[in-house]
Write a protein that binds this ligand. Structure first.
Ligand code: GRF
Length: 215
C-alpha cells in the first residue's frame, strides 16, 4: 500500500508527533511523516523530528498573535507542497489557519483536541472539563474547518474522571489516549476508509484482502 505522506504542524513538546513517528517508523501505520513545521523556533517537536531524520522547519509566523500572516501562510503552503504532503496533521499547533490554507487542503487537515467535542473547545480543555465536573472526558480527532475545534469528527476516545483526579492527572490520562487515537485515525485515512458526509464522518469497513495477500 502507498504510504500516506503526512506533514505535521506543531508548536510545543510534540508528544503526539512522537506517537505518530513511533508507529510510522515501526511500520504499524501506513503513514510517513515527510515534514514537521513549527512556528516556535525551539519547539521540542522539531527536535523529535530531527532525531527521526525527518525534515524539521521553523517558519516564523509573522506578527499576529493567534494566526499566521499571509506571507507566513504562503511559506507554510510552499513547504508542504515541496514535500508533496497528502494530509496535514495539527499536533498542538497554536495558530488558526486562514480560509485560503483550508481551501488548499480541503478535507485533508486534521487536528487532535483533548476533550470530547463539542464540549470544551479552545484552550485548557482538560481543566475546563475537570472544573465543570463531568464524569467522562477524552479526546477527539477531527477534520479542520473554519471554526475552532468544530470540524467533522473522525474518532473519539473516552476517559473517566476518577475520584482522586486533579486537572493534571486527568490531562495525563487523556494524553495517553491521544497517543492511541491520532495514529489510529491517520491509519483509517491512509486506508482510504474515511468519508466526510456533511457534519458526519463515515468510516468504511476494511477492504477485503485479495488472494495471496499476507494476513
Ligand atoms: C495535546 O493535548 C493536543 O490534544 C492539543 O495540544 C496538545 C499537544 O501536545 N491540541 P503535544 O505537543 O502533542 O505533546
Amino acid at each position: 500500500m502507498k504510504r500516506l505522506r503526512l506533514g505535521v504542524l506543531a508548536s510545543g513538546r510534540g508528544s503526539n508527533l512522537g506517537a505518530i513517528l513511533e508507529r510510522s517508523l515501526n511500520g504499524s501505520i501506513d503513514v510517513e511523516v515527510v515534514v514537521v513545521i513549527s512556528d516556535v523556533e525551539d519547539a521540542a517537536a522539531l527536535d523529535r523530528a530531527r532525531a527521526a531524520d525527518v525534515p524539521a522547519l521553523f517558519i516564523p509566523p509573522g506578527d499576529y498573535r493567534t494566526r499566521l500572516t499571509r506571507e507566513a501562510e504562503a511559506a507554510y503552503l510552499e513547504a508542504l507542497e515541496h514535500h508533496s504532503v497528502d494530509v496535514v496533521a495539527l499536533a498542538g499547533f497554536m495558530r488558526i489557519l486562514h480560509d485560503s490554507f483550508l481551501e488548499r487542503y480541503a478535507g485533508r487537515i486534521v487536528n487532535i483536541h483533548p476533550s470530547l467535542l463539542p464540549s470544551f473547545p479552545g484552550l485548557h480543555a482538560q481543566r475546563q472539563a475537570f472544573e465543570y465536573g463531568v464524569r467522562w472526558s477524552g479526546c477527539t480527532v477531527h477534520f479542520v474547518d473554519a471554526g475552532v475545534d468544530r470540524g467533522p469528527i473522525i474518532l473519539q476516545k473516552a476517559v473517566p474522571v476518577l475520584p482522586h483526579d486533579t486537572a493534571d492527572t486527568l490531562a495525563a490520562r487523556i494524553l495517553e489516549q491521544e497517543h492511541e487515537a491520532y495514529p489510529e485515525a491517520l491509519q483509517l485515512i491512509a486506508e482510504g476508509r474515511v468519508r466526510i458526509d456533511g457534519r458526519r464522518v463515515i468510516t468504511l469497513p476494511p477492504a477485503p484482502q485479495g488472494p495471496g495477500e499476507a494476513t
